[in-house]
Design a binder for this molecule. Sequence first.
Ligand code: FMN
Length: 351
Amino acid sequence: MASMTRGRATNAGLVPTALMAAYYAQRASAGLIVSEGTWVSPTSIGFINVPGIYTPEQVEGWKLVTTAVHNKGGLIFSQLGHIGTATHPDHLNGKLPAGPSAINPATKSFTPEGFKDTLTPRELTVDEIKQIIRDYKQAASNAREAGFDGVEVHAHAGMLIQQFLCPATNQRRDDYGGNIENRARIVFEILDAILQVWGSTRVAIKLNPVAISNVGIMVPDDETIPLFQYILKKLSDYDLAYLQIEGPAEDLTGTPVEVLQNNYFSHFRRHYKGRLMANLGFTRESANAIIKEGTADVVSFGVPFIANPDLVERFQNNLPLSQSNQDTYYTGGEKGYTDYPKAEWNKLIAN
Ligand SMILES: Cc1cc2nc3c(=O)[nH]c(=O)nc-3n(C[C@H](O)[C@H](O)[C@H](O)COP(=O)(O)O)c2cc1C
């Protein structure tokens, strides 16, 4: 089950709740659940009611979740995230957001008063970058204490790491900007820090080389393909649990990454030697096909898990899937969260 922000940590401390434990437990047959993106520090926040993993109270809250999933025989990784500049002072006690460079990412931030435009941030100092890396390490350690089975680094779709990778948002002239190696440096420094806490096969990373919508100015450019080839080659030496790659949500024709249009996952497969998890828009059939042809080792599902807590059983028995209601993705409360029923076998057999 791919990571999905659901905005149910509806309390001032951003502490995971019993309702969240119930939601994840309902989906425990997924095999491996990746938790919703979770803040590694108070300065990493950028979306309302998303939980953190940086206070003792949050760690206690996550214990409810991990225990509930384990009691149902499931496994769960914590997805560690930092939103960087794609936030708003409303999330930061009025302070200006900070990122690789003082460049407005031109995205939106979901604040208590609704979606607001991002602002021109300030540039992080090298000391602050080092602190962020320590925050990831501490969050990974907290995830261990909270009973998670591993961690996934959230490095895709407009988050801080992508802001470093992308030359449109990273114009630094120090070791963290400029050429591909420098822009990608933070990925490996974060992974190396986490590997001081977890064995490599309990650590994963999620990337999206081609996100086009909802990422403001962080769109693919002429260096996107060599950049990700460099990252994947280097990640191949890490023996991670898996590398999750999210596929293209849009037609790539006419973009600088057009050559990936028809061979997206097979292109990245060639550059990554470890376990590859493919994601985005898969069905039972297309997931089985990509695994059978050897392009991916494993496939993750996001949206299908929202309305089908028993997605695995439905796939196993070829049962129809329910559709989720987008209006309740982030609204808090049980509605559209824990109230999707399992397949009604009796009715289906009778029909
Ligand atoms: C409501 C919702 C929230 C999401 N939140 C996250 C998130 O917190 N972290 C993340 O990496 N991806 C997030 N995603 C993306 C999913 O993990 C997944 O990559 C995407 O939905 C494509 O897979 P699918 O077609 O199987 O849904 C979210 C998707 C949805 C629908």
